[in-house]
Design a binder for this molecule. Structure first.
Ligand SMILES: OCc1ccc2c(c1)OC[C@]1(O)c3cc4c(cc3O[C@H]21)OCO4
Length: 351
């Protein structure tokens, strides 16, 4: 009956937060590390013992693992099956939960921790007031009275939590970089605008040791960071000016900003690459929403990010035609866009 099917769809979306929170709990308990260290499927009791859980928590752990197994984060196998006996259920990691194993370049636990921090969740209790107020501000500002950037910069632990999150996502870029080396070939200098602690720049510098790389971010972000021979940190304001280079890299930056602010950043980027008469370029790495895609999980993630950017930064995720308009409005003459592994695209923009 379609009425009950509608009710199931409605309630499923109401309780989507439960699987996010279960994932957060598993990340906090370090279950991926425990199973990875064990080296083979782990029974519930082995897991509970290793996690030093109180006996009353063993069944709770079982229920969490059941939901997360259903959602593709674990697989169940049977171990210790005696002759004709049942054996025991044991849990193994899957590719998504392997991304929570610490100490690897593919560890995304920091972004799970950051994105599910109360600062990203509590603000939603102010959504009604946000919609009804006549002020243009983020949901975060409506709820807390300060911008998310000010909140992050206020305490070192929140800033480092955010930077660890960005760095963890950047380490995933290594694969995409190998598949897109041609984008960086022939460059003598590159400035990574909004580069934070230099996660991506270090990867590029490793792949292209002769490329002079500059990490450009706010003074309080890069102030006390020291570079190496071909990688230096420069503090400044990308809305004022960007240090000159053959290429400007904007990875996961423009989606934080509305069209007016993004135009300003792109115009300053155009200034920065137009020195020395070289035909420089701007390299944008960001989400480009493909509404025609039939990959519902990919498009769903991209639309989730659009609301995260809207509510926290008054930013947005852009479709291809929106990128095109922004690029041409900023005075560039052409661009090349291609999806890179995962949910982002790489857009080369030429003056
Ligand atoms: O373009 C920048 C950019 C890129 C990704 C993310 C940003 C901003 O903020 C929202 C977000 O969901 C988030 C919020 C966080 C966090 C990490 C984190 O990852 C997500 O650590 C503390 O709070």
């Amino acid at each position: 009956n379609e009425l009950y099917r509608a009710q199931i769809h409605l309630y499923k979306h109401v309780y989507n937060f439960v699987s996010s929170m279960a994932l957060k709990s598993v990340m906090e308990l370090g279950i991926a590390d425990v199973i990875d260290n064990h080296g083979k499927p782990m029974t519930l009791n082995e897991l509970a013992t290793s996690l030093k859980l109180h006996p009353s928590k063993v069944n709770i752990l079982h229920r969490f693992l059941r939901l997360l197994t259903y959602n593709g984060f674990f697989v169940k196998t049977t171990v210790n099956a005696k002759e004709g006996g049942e054996g025991e259920i044991a849990y193994s990691l899957t590719p998504p939960s392997k991304l929570l194993v610490s100490g690897k370049s593919t560890c995304l636990a920091p972004i799970v921790k950051g994105a599910l921090h109360p600062s990203s969740l509590d603000m939603w209790s102010a959504s009604k007031q946000w919609f009804n107020e006549d002020k243009e501000q983020t949901l975060f500002e409506s709820a807390t009275g300060e911008s998310f950037w000010d909140f992050l910069n206020k305490q070192s632990d929140t800033l480092s939590m955010f930077q660890d999150a960005m760095a963890s996502d950047s380490r995933m870029f290594e694969l995409a970089l190998q598949e897109n080396k041609h984008v960086f070939e022939g460059l003598e200098s590159l400035v990574d605008v909004g580069g934070g602690t230099g996660g991506v720049t270090k990867l590029i510098n490793k792949a292209f040791p002769h490329l002079k790389c500059t990490v450009f971010d706010q003074p309080q972000v890069v102030g006390n960071l020291t570079g190496t021979e071909n990688l230096n940190f420069v503090g400044g304001d990308m809305f004022k000016s960007i240090p000159p280079a053959d290429a400007v890299l904007l990875k996961w930056v423009l989606h934080d900003w509305n069209d007016e602010q993004s135009l300003k950043i792109l115009k300053n980027s155009k200034e920065a690459i137009s020195g020395k008469g070289k035909d420089g370029k701007v390299i944008i790495i960001d989400i480009s929403i493909d509404e025609t895609s039939d990959d519902r999980e990919l498009t769903g993630l991209q639309l989730d990010y659009d609301l995260v950017m809207l509510t926290m930064f008054l930013g947005k995720e852009r479709e291809k035609k929106e990128w095109e308009k922004l690029i041409y409005d900023a005075g560039f003459s052409s661009y090349k866009i291609r999806t890179i592994s995962g949910f982002k695209s790489i857009i080369e923009v030429f003056p």
